[in-house]
Write a protein that binds this ligand. Structure first.
Ligand SMILES: Nc1ncnc2c1ncn2[C@@H]1O[C@H](COP(=O)(O)OP(=O)(O)OP(=O)(O)O)[C@@H](O)[C@H]1O
Length: 475
């Protein structure tokens, strides 16, 4: 056994047991405590290298323990195991100085590798001073339990003390603006203005004056001085959506502003200070635009300091039931009607759809259902007709859906491939395979009541393959 010491604290004996065994198997010596008070007592005479703590414990919660531990020694990495994988837990954990947070239920291999990472951090002696707990309890309604969204939450948490440029990538409707708002809300600029501007929605010849403002008489129609968005967002954040649509000439100007920290209104001679954090977003492949000469490479590098990727909704289908429940709740509130609920079948059916319009399409569907569904409980038959057809085109089925979906799926697949190819899409085989395997796997698990080994047998896969596929496909 190595000399390193990991202290585990959790009131749940089964978690303690699992962690003890897993760490010991990885040759990491460890001690566990049932109560955080016992751990604090032990800290008077001894010191661990890393602490892994539950968040909710009767005598003292994990955040308070983190605080107490860091009062004693601010350099001990503490990994917080949270019951929730929401953005607040991630941001709170990071802002309170946690080394990492581990949303439950977690994969034990992940927990061990995280602990190893914390230990190597100690060894490398890169112990940065950690901050004291902050007052951040801002709630942002971003739903995302899927691993890819957890990565996004981590990024927001890690960036919460900086004002660095961020480039958000993702298809339309995946939540880019929501994430941009969260980045601002959890940044040192949170008390200043956040301004969102969509490049694709402004005529090209107006973008410059929209961004930088204009002086009176700068051009025909400029009857008065007008503040630009840069001025309005001073000290705060400017969200530039669809940055790939920004005309080259404006790109040149933006680059100059970012490097000089100053700008001029259109027709102006007085330089103005630009203390603005840029958060840019695009659904396009900016590298390709750069290669095609449509986007300035230097601007690209300036914006692409940190990249956050938002996956399409069909790649995080496990979040769909929760998202739908929230949207149904919001829609009921907006319309002052009683909230509707999805039946288990409808929820599962929605989870298997391709959602080309991503989260926005799901949100609109929930509004539609709030108005149109006949009962309080939404059944598959209540869903909008286009969703029943879209399931046909991807082959997504559930028991009930098979009654709606008839016909030969190979010819439907042929139509789908033709449509994708005609639309100029790439990587369609990879996308289709992921959808195909997800549906096969989910149905097999459904039929075997979640029995993995039996599902593997029915599919003709080995036990290891099903485990790997479930991980790869986020099931
Ligand atoms: N993870 C999420 N949790 C809750 N609501 C979400 C989530 N993602 C997106 N939404 C909601 O979906 C809608 C679309 O999101 P948003 O406008 O941020 O997408 P976008 O990627 O910026 O779209 P576009 O590129 O078309 O502008 C919004 O109403 C947003 O609040």
């Amino acid at each position: 056994m190595s000399a390193t010491k990991v202290w585990i604290v959790d009131d749940d004996s089964s978690i303690r047991w699992v962690m003890e065994k897993a760490l010991a198997a990885a040759d990491i010596s460890n001690t566990s405590f049932e109560s955080p008070l016992d751990l604090l007592e032990a800290l008077k005479t001894d010191s661990p290298d890393v602490i892994v703590s539950d968040i909710r414990m009767p005598e003292m919660d994990g955040m308070e323990l983190l605080n107490q531990v860091h009062l004693h020694d601010a350099e001990i990495p503490v990994i917080i195991m949270t019951a929730h994988s929401d953005l607040d837990s991630a941001v709170n954990a990071y802002q309170s100085g946690a080394f990492e947070y581990l949303p439950k239920p977690f994969d034990i291999d992940d927990a061990v590798s995280l602990t190893q990472r914390a230990l190597s951090h100690v060894k490398e002696n890169s112990k940065k001073k950690r901050n004291r707990p902050s007052d951040s309890s801002i709630s942002t309604d971003i739903i995302g339990e899927a691993p890819a969204m957890q990565e996004v939450f981590r990024a927001i948490g890690r960036l919460s003390r900086s004002s660095i440029s961020v480039l958000i990538n993702g298809q339309s409707g995946t939540g880019k603006e929501l994430v941009a708002r969260a980045l601002h809300k959890h940044s040192p600029r949170k008390d200043k203005t956040f301004i969102a501007l969509n490049m694709a929605a402004i005529p090209n010849d107006l973008i410059e004056s929209e961004l930088f403002g204009h002086e009176k008489g700068a051009f025909t129609g400029a009857n008065a001085v007008r503040e630009g968005r840069f001025e309005q967002a001073n000290g705060g954040s400017l969200f530039l959506d669809e940055i790939g649509d920004m005309p080259l000439q404006v790109q040149t100007r933006l680059l100059r502003v970012l490097s000089d920290g100053q700008f001029y209104r259109v027709g102006g001679r007085q330089p103005l200070n630009a203390d603005v954090r840029i958060i840019a977003a695009t659904h396009q492949d900016l590298e390709k635009l750069v290669a095609d000469g449509k986007f300035r490479e230097d601007l690209f590098h300036r914006l692409n300091v940190i990249r956050v990727h938002l996956p399409p909704l069909c790649e995080r289908s496990q979040d769909i039931p929760k998202l739908a429940a929230q949207f149904l709740k919001q829609a009921a509130k907006e319309m002052s009607v009683e909230e509707k609920r999805l039946s288990v079948e409808a929820s599962e059916y929605l989870s298997n759809l391709p959602w080309p319009g991503n989260v926005r399409q799901l949100e609109n569907t929930c509004r539609w259902l709030t108005v149109m569904a006949s009962g309080q409980e939404i059944l598959i038959a209540d869903l909008p007709p286009e969703l029943l057809t879209s399931a046909e085109s991807t082959g997504a089925t559930t028991n009930q859906a098979t009654q709606v979906i008839t016909g030969d799926w190979q010819s439907q697949l042929t139509n789908w491939v033709d449509a994708e190819l005609n639309a100029g899409k790439n990587d369609i085989l990879d996308n289709a395979l992921a959808i195909f395997e997800t549906i096969m796997l989910k149905r097999a698990l459904h039929h075997t009541m979640g029995h993995k080994q039996e599902a593997a047998k029915r599919l003709g896969w080995g036990r290891n393959t099903i485990t790997r596929k479930m991980k790869e496909l986020n099931i």
